[in-house]
Design a binder for this molecule. Structure first.
Ligand code: FA5
Length: 347
């Protein structure tokens, strides 16, 4: 076969194969097979030196010309295949703008916030204003002005989360410090409720959290008595749990009230007979209360001979648990949407 025939044959074969290359990978393989370092065109050119002398000029010229033609054809084919490849990828990624969108999921009020709103509404009807106070509190308001002396167990480091150690600043352990803050800036008559977060250095279990919410209540005026306290809490229980609820007071000790009580509502589920929710007792504990201690009144400059008052503090999570039959207080701050969604209500 003459040199020209060899080159013609090589060109026809290479062209046919390039036309058959269906994608970029095949085209690159083709380039390697014909134009790469071990490709047949390269090998042909390398072999020119060993051809008979008279064939060498033609073989060299025609071989180089073929190399250029094939490189050109390859470049065209590569560009066509690359464009085709891009088109296919774009088509696969296409966004159908006519599909309906995913509805954004709206947040809902947390069950504790719902409870706070409801309590505020109930107390507003009874003439109480809702106010808020600081969560980082001084020991003076959290303890001293509440007649909690330095050696009282509530001041023990195990109950209180200190912001400075040892220091004057604490995370409030209850909402009661707002009693003194409100009275210091207001003259009687006082009627406020204070909802908010409180913190205790406490092991968590089904009924104890280290962060939870309380609602403080305070009424100070001329001639306020335990009957007013009982009437207010009975009305609260009826608004929350139904019209025939009753309130029970039992003696309890809090340094800032005298006398002090814990108060419970008779269980609405079993009507006081005893059930799973009230743990067979017929009563649901709500919180602590009592008549504001004369020393607390004196501490804020009120004359205890002229004014008297009642105060109470209740656990908001515990109230929400009773209302909704939740049996673990940790669920409220657990951030599990399956729990929280059950309380979502239409805005
Ligand atoms: C107090 O904190 C008093 N300040 C209440 C008070 C106010 C008494 C005014 C008198 C006058 P106590 O520590 O009992 O009291 O807490 C009140 C309520 O908070 C409890 O009845 C309970 O419902 C809730 N509570 C207490 N500890 C926790 C806790 N670790 N986790 C969740 N709720 C709690």
């Amino acid at each position: 076969m003459s040199v020209q025939e060899q080159l013609d044959e090589l060109r026809d074969r290479a062209q046919g194969e390039l036309d058959d290359a269906a994608d970029l990978a095949a085209a690159l393989a083709w380039e390697k097979a014909h134009l790469g370092p071990k490709g047949d065109v390269t090998l042909f050119l390398r072999g020119v030196g060993s051809l008979p002398t008279e064939d060498r000029p033609l073989a060299g010229r025609a071989g180089n010309a073929l190399k250029i033609v094939l490189a050109d054809l390859f470049e065209q084919r590569r560009a066509t295949l690359a464009a085709h490849d891009l088109e296919q990828r774009l088509a696969a990624d296409a966004i159908d703008v006519t599909l309906p969108g995913r509805p954004p999921s709206l947040g809902a009020e947390h069950p504790v916030s719902q409870m706070i709103d409801e309590l505020s509404d109930i107390f507003a009807l009874l003439g109480f204003q809702t106010v808020f106070g600081p969560e980082v509190e001084t020991a003076r308001y959290n303890f001293d002005l509440l007649n909690i002396p330095a050696d009282h167990p509530a001041r023990d480091v195990w109950d209180t989360i200190h912001v400075e150690s040892p220091g004057e600043l604490v995370l409030r352990t209850h909402t009661s410090p707002m009693q003194a803050r409100v009275m210091e800036t207001t003259q009687p008559p006082v009627r406020v409720v204070v909802p908010g977060r409180v913190y205790r250095y406490e092991a968590q279990d089904a009924s104890h959290e280290w962060m939870f919410h309380q609602l403080e209540g305070l009424a100070v005026d001329r001639h306020i008595t335990m009957a007013d306290l009982k009437g207010t809490l009975t009305e609260l229980a009826r608004q929350l749990f139904g019209p025939s609820r009753r309130i029970r007071f039992r003696c309890d000790f809090f340094p800032f009230v005298e006398p002090g009580v814990d108060f419970a509502v008779d269980c609405a589920l079993c009507n006081g007979k005893g059930c799973r929710v009230c743990k067979g007792t017929g009563w649901l504990e709500m919180g602590g209360a009592g008549m504001v201690h004369p020393r607390v009144l004196e501490g804020v400059g009120y004359d205890p001979a002229r004014y008297s008052g009642f105060a109470f503090g209740l656990g908001i999570e515990r109230l929400a648990m009773m209302r909704s039959g939740v049996d673990d207080v940790r669920a409220f701050a657990g951030n599990d949407l399956r729990f929280l969604r059950q309380f979502a209500r239409a805005a």
